[in-house]
Structures are given as C-alpha cells and as structure tokens.
Ligand binder design. Structure first.
Ligand code: UDX
Ligand code: UDX
Length: 470
C-alpha cells in the first residue's frame, strides 16, 4: 500500500504526518503546487504551527513521509490518493458568497485521471458539498483510459491547535463509500492506532453531509451562547454562569459554550454557507434560512463588540491607541482565516483608531494582508482611505506590554494562555486613564483587574459602572 495526498495544508499536512508516524511500512507522499509550502514542510520551520506536530513530522520524514511538488509521479505510484485541497466559498458567479468553489477538487480529479493507471482509491478529505463524490466519479470515468477506481469520503474532524491529539485519539473516523473492499482498505490504515468501534462507515452522501452538519451544529452552539451573551449584558446575568448552569445538564453538555467575539476559522462559516446553498438548491428555503441565521448572529457578535468599544470610550476612538492582544482565530494556531479579530480591527480602524497589535504566532505581513483583504471589494479594489489607514494606523509589535503602552484601551481578541500570566500592574501603570480593558474571550480574572484599577468590559457581563449604578 502506498499513499499520496494532494494538498499540504492545515488538514493534509498533519493528517498524513500522523498516518506516516503510525504506519512506518506505508510510504506517504504529500504533494502541493506551492513550492514554498513544500520547502517549509521539508525544513525545521513547518508552514503551520500545531503543538506536537514538529515531533510527529521529524519522526516520519525521510523514513516513510515525503513532501514534494511532483504531483503526477506521486499519484502514479500511489494506491490511495487523498484530495485535501482547499474549497473556499465562491466569490463570483452562481452561488457567490455561499457555494463551495470546487475548481481545485475538479482539477485534482482530472489530474488523477490523466496521470494514473491500474486501480486507485480516491479519498475526499476536503470538505465538500453532498454529491461531490458523484462528480469526482464522473470526471474520473470520463477522463481515465487505463484506470479503475473507487471513491471514498473521509472527512476530517480535527480542530486546529489540537490537531495532533485529535488525530491520535479521535472521537470517531468517518468513512463513506460504495465499495466494501475500498472501505476496508482505508479502515485498515486507521485501525493501526484507532479502535475499530470508533471507525464509522456510511454511504457516500451521509459521510459528506455529516461533516457539514457537525460543523453547523458546533457553530450553532457558539452562536446560541453568543446570542445569550447580548441578553446577559443587558440584564446583568453572567454568560459564564449561564453556560455552567446549562452545561451540567447531560443532554446539553459543557463543551462549545464559551461565549466569544464570534467564531472564525476556515470551516464554520464556509460549511454553513455551503449547507444553506444546498438547501436552497434542493428547494428548502425555510431550512436554508434557519441555518443562515447562525452566520448572521456571528456577524452581529463581531460588530457588537467593536461598537461596544466605541460607545464605552465616550463614543469616539478617533486617534486613540488601542492595544490588540491576539489576532489568530483561536489560541495555539497561526491561522487567521475568518478570524473575528480581522473584522473587529477593520471596524475600529474605520472609526480612526490607532491599533497596536500583538499575536504570539501571527507575523506582521499576515496581519496586514488580512486587513487589506477585509477592506477589498468584490472587484479586488481597496479604497485609498482604507489603504492609508492600514499603512499608517496599524503597528504590529512584539509583546503585550508594547501593545499597551500609552494606550487608551486593550482588547483581548484571542485566548492565548500567555495573556493570563502578564504583569497587569505594570500594564495598568503604562496606560492612559481610564484604562479600559475589553475582554473578548472572558479570559482574564475580572475582579483582580478591577482591583488594580482597570475598567473591564467582558463578553456577556454587564459593565462595572452599570453594576455599581444598579
Ligand atoms: C482543508 C480542506 O481541504 C477544506 O476543504 C476544509 O474545509 C478546511 O481544511 P486546508 O488544509 O485548511 O483545507 O487548506 P489549505 O491550508 O489552504 O491547504 C490546501 C493546499 O492545497 C494548499 O497548500 C494549496 O497550495 C494546495 N493546492 C490547492 C494544491 O496543491 N493544488 C490545487 O490545485 C489547489
Ligand atoms: C472546526 C471543528 O471543530 C473541526 O471538527 C473541523 O474539522 C474544522 O472546524 P476549528 O475551526 O479548527 O475546527 O476550531 P474550533 O475549535 O472548532 O473553533 C472554531 C471557532 O469557534 C474559533 O474561532 C473558536 O474561538 C470559536 N469557539 C469555539 C468559541 O467561540 N466558543 C467555543 O465554545 C468554541
């Protein structure tokens, strides 16, 4: 058995590294069009940050794990080809803003058909709309000359920042397919380290839909608790207390009830919009609008947070320095795709604030690129005002102390552990008064910050002033 994976991204890279680690006798070849990315996978500075990943890669690389740009050769040699390329939301044409862009998946299928002979098992790892496997099969059958194949759906459920643990000890592995022989071949790979009872098999369509549904349910929980956070701020209830109270009900469970500035990441929004598009396509408008509301609430949460900052700071942040702590979409990753921080920073910049941003893992160029992208319209244009504002009013610095010095306010946008260990007396001392602290992750200990003198505003908690007025 030989494995090839097309796409060395956040999913393809770690997943293949784990398979190679656990199956030393199976050669695993990861290919990508992007030479820089491949070079990084072959170096000591991997292109993605994941706790524990470096060790996994180091153990297998050079033994049975290879990274290269030789796509055709890797496909030809493999018995099993994973497709793990990105499937972003379409930005143009039919389904723009909702449907998944399957251009890269289609190109992969054509490439597999052209550069292959014999029998291949083609595994969809990318998140795809239901019935994409059908399209992949049609492309393979119409282009292939000397090839027979089976198509499997094997969606990935790893969460970034936790990828190594999720791959090592997943709640379940899902394999959808029609051919029992192909399903068994992939089961045998995972069964090297995952108990058989955790490997679920379904038909192709159920597997494809389960991935979208799992992400939709998870995102829905975040939007639900965030909706309640708005009511908590208005009424004096505390969202963390409400989350604890409802989370102890075993039917609800405690996970994914952390109120925040909104979910980000490459999957949640994209997958829900995809689900919405599918529902509309299949003539189910009520179902579509039900799920769309999860995204609407998430957008509202981001907007509500930046508005709260402006309102609290005497209705203007113009020319005020605001220290931004964290830019990644969650802790323990350098990924900023759809990070709520992007939109909050953009909105504050448009209110003419000066931002001093620090994130332990996200480089300055990436922060500027994300802000630029968020200000770009559908025709790829950015206004001169926005361009200048990103150039002149954004400073990326090396730690939280620098970010907070002489600042009117600090906003915590990512829940990095290191933010809990700071010298808050020192930070308070270096800030202007009143020293506003907006905790967008309910990460910090509010009481001790208030005793130092900060004016703290946390998600789903009424403000200090309001409490003393009551
Ligand atoms: C994955 C899934 O594939 C996506 O469907 C899911 O919803 C999120 O996770 P991810 O690994 O995060 O995507 O994407 P990314 O980090 O962008 O990696 C994709 C890689 O595929 C890139 O390195 C890109 O260069 C490569 N690619 C893309 C190819 O090699 N060939 C192509 O034709 C297109
Ligand atoms: C998600 C799914 O969890 C994973 O199974 C799937 O394969 C890909 O999409 P990921 O996007 O990496 O993983 O991270 P996740 O931990 O799910 O967090 C997504 C977003 O929700 C983050 O911005 C996070 O900060 C936010 N979140 C999560 C909350 O705001 N509150 C919570 O309680 C949980």
């Amino acid at each position: 058995m030989k494995i090839c994976c097309i796409g060395a991204g956040y999913v393809g890279g770690p997943t293949m590294a784990m398979i190679a680690k656990q199956c030393p006798d199976i050669p695993v070849h990861v290919v990508d069009l992007n030479q820089t990315r491949i070079d990084a996978w072959n170096s000591d500075k991997l292109p993605i940050y994941e706790p524990g990943l470096q060790e996994v890669v180091q153990e297998a690389r050079g033994r049975n794990l290879t990274f290269s740009t030789n796509v055709d050769a890797a496909i030809e040699e493999a018995d099993m080809v994973f497709i793990s390329v990105n499937t972003p939301t379409k930005t143009y044409g039919i389904g723009a803003g909702r449907a998944a862009n399957l251009e890269f998946v289609e190109k992969c299928a054509r490439q597999i058909a052209r550069s292959s002979s014999g029998h291949k098992i083609v595994v969809e790892k990318s998140t795809l709309p239901v019935r994409t496997a059908q399209a992949v099969k049609r492309i393979l059958s119409s282009e292939a000359t000397n090839l027979t194949f089976d198509v499997l759906s094997n969606p990935e459920f790893l969460a970034e920042g936790n990828a190594v643990d999720d791959l090592l000890d997943p709640d379940r592995v899902l394999i959808g397919g029609e051919s029992q022989k192909a399903i068994d071949a992939l089961c045998d790979v995972y069964a090297r380290w995952i108990p058989r009872e955790r490997i679920l098999t379904t038909n192709l369509w159920s597997s494809e839909l389960s991935k979208l549904t799992a992400n939709a349910f998870l995102a829905q929980r975040v939007s639900s608790i965030n909706a309640i956070s708005a009511l908590c701020e208005a009424t004096g209830a505390d969202v963390d207390e409400v989350a604890r109270a409802i989370g102890t009900d075993s039917r609800i469970g405690p996970k994914f009830l952390k109120s925040s500035i909104g979910f980000g990441g490459s999957c949640f929004q994209k997958d829900i919009l995809n689900l919405v598009y599918l529902c509309e396509h299949f003539g189910l408008p009520e179902v579509a609008s039900y799920w769309e509301q999860v995204v609407t609430m998430n957008d509202h949460q981001k907007q509500r947070f930046s508005e709260r900052i402006v309102k609290t700071m005497f209705n203007t942040v113009s020319d005020k320095k605001i220290g931004i702590w964290g830019f990644a979409f969650k802790k323990d990753t350098n990924d900023t795709r759809e990070s709520a921080a992007i939109y909050i920073c953009r909105d504050l910049l448009r209110e003419r604030a000066r931002l001093t941003i620090y994130d332990p893992r996200v480089p300055a160029e990436q922060i500027r690129a994300e802000l630029t992208y968020a200000c770009t319209d559908n025709n790829g244009q950015i206004s001169e005002v926005d361009r200048q504002m990103i150039e002149n009013n954004v400073e990326v610095v090396n730690d939280c102390y620098e970010a907070s010095r002489q600042a009117h306010a600090v906003a915590v946008l990512t829940e990095w552990d290191e933010f809990k260990e700071l010298d808050f007396e020192k930070i308070h001392h270096s800030m202007l008064r009143p020293a506003f602290l907006f905790d967008g992750r309910n990460l910090l200990d509010r009481e001790s910050l208030e005793s130092i003198g900060f004016e703290v505003h946390a998600i789903g908690k009424s403000s200090q002033r309001r409490r003393s007025d009551d």
